[in-house]
Design a protein around this ligand. Structure first.
Ligand code: UT7
Length: 398
């Protein structure tokens, strides 16, 4: 890493990757007592992506990260720091960022993971900004990647319908251009520590036959408390970041919120007195992808023509901890670069190092595997599939 003089920070690259397997609400009706009508009306989610057995958080993060590097017009070795936000790492150790470093063909970056649950990408973004602003790094790859479908309780209908898999990334770069306004706000409220949590597997309760029998390796959530926290916090955190940038909410062109629940997003719009056309939503197609949700949404918003140079954007997220974070920033990059970065990276060409003399068990949870074995006659035409991915997404049952 460099130790140059302090610089202004620019977002120069963005990219995303979503597994091609789709799990619809109809699929979930075959696992738990739920309905498409309930899920759509209470959450806005229609489908989510599920990683295939050969995919991991690192493999998805590497594809998104490499796309962001290509969008920025950089080579992998231009990156001197990789920060990866996730609550579903490939292993407890090494860090998932270390695996990504090799998979993208980088030989010189420092790499580490950040744990701040669904706010993780915003926390990682803030960390990357600080590295660049201080002169400690010139190009930082920031990734949010999650493989949540392997950590869900498929007997708990209030959580298993919410989450999906995917990855998004940005490159932040030092710039000699004058600094553009920026505001960053991060909060942590440990009173919510056990509102969304995964009880066992850590040092408090190491993995054992008993923790498995007690179902303690799956995500647990107090939905109502989390909902209340989210609606309260998203608006206040956004406003704090906007204020630090020297703007008011009327100046903001587009808010890219954590994609958790449509009702939460609508409440935030109301709280900020903004119309929904200034808020980007794609949760109907991905569900809640935790730390990946904001960078996936950002890449789709930019590539979909929703962002132009000079626009004032806010990224805002909340999650376990409770944590929340918001970044207010001015967009300076050429949006046309996004599809170029996507097209430059074929997911099959990105390979994560495997352990020697060790194979994991089949990673797909039995309830999900069962649904995947029984195809539904669904033929989904996904116009958003990025170049290099299958032109037609496959239904979960493949
Ligand atoms: O990244 C952060 C992650 N977390 C969140 O963002 C979650 C925030 N919370 C939420 O989004 C909502 O609280 C949920 C979507 C999780 C739940 O929605 P809700 O409107 O708060 O429902 P509820 O928990 O009050 O449950 C209402 C009813 C209950 O039935 P009874 O007791 O009234 O008979 C639930 O058992 O809905 C039932 N229910 C379901 N019914 C059909 C809960 N989940 C389901 C389901 N299908 N999937």
């Amino acid at each position: 890493m460099t130790n140059a003089s302090p610089s202004s920070v620019r977002l120069t690259g963005w990219g995303r990757y979503a597994p091609s397997r789709v799990l619809t609400n109809a699929d979930l009706e075959r696992i738990v007592d739920t309905s498409d009508e309930w899920i759509v009306s209470r959450t806005g989610i229609r489908e989510r992506r599920v990683a295939a057995a050969h995919e991991t958080t690192a493999s998805m993060g590497a594809v998104a990260g490499l796309r962001a590097i290509r969008t920025a017009g950089l080579e992998p070795d231009d990156i001197d720091l990789i920060i990866l936000a996730t609550l579903t790492p490939d292993y407890w150790m090494p860090s998932t960022a270390a695996l990504v470093k090799e998979a993208i063909g980088n030989t010189r970056a420092a790499a580490f993971d950040v744990a701040a649950a669904c706010s993780g990408f915003v926390y990682a973004y803030a960390t990357a900004s600080a590295y660049i602003a201080s002169g400690m790094a010139r190009h930082v790859l920031v990734i949010g990647a999650e493989l949540l479908t392997r950590f869900l309780d498929y007997a708990d209908r209030s959580t298993c319908i919410l989450f999906g898999d995917g990855a998004g990334a940005v490159v932040l770069s030092a710039s000699d251009e004058p600094a553009t306004p920026v505001g960053i706000e991060l909060t942590t409220d440990p009173q919510g520590a056990y509102m969304i949590w995964l009880p066992a597997g850590g040092s408090k309760s190491p993995p054992s036959a008993e923790t498995i029998a007690r179902g303690e390796h799956k995500i647990r959530m107090e939905g109502k408390e989390t909902y209340r926290f989210a609606t309260r916090t998203l608006a206040s955190t956004s406003l704090a970041a906007v204020g630090k940038a020297g703007w008011t909410q009327d100046d903001v062109d587009l808010i890219i919120p954590h994609q958790a629940n449509m009702r939460i997003i609508e409440a935030v719009a109301k709280g900020l007195n903004l119309s929904m056309d200034r808020i980007f939503v794609n949760l109907d197609r991905y569900g809640n992808t935790s730390a990946a949700s904001v960078p996936i949404a950002l890449a789709e918003a930019v590539n979909g023509g929703r962002v132009k140079a000079g626009d004032k954007l806010v990224f805002v997220a909340f999650g376990a901890g409770f944590t929340s974070g918001a970044v207010a920033m001015e967009w300076t990059a050429d949006p046309a670069r996004g599809p170029i970065g996507d097209a430059a990276v074929n997911p099959d060409d990105v390979v994560v190092r495997k352990p020697v003399d060790w194979d994991s068990v089949d990673p797909i949870p039995p309830a999900l595997a069962e649904v995947m074995r029984r195809p539904l006659p669904v033929d989904l035409d996904l116009s958003d599939v990025a170049p290099g991915e299958p032109a037609r997404a496959t239904h979960a049952a493949r």
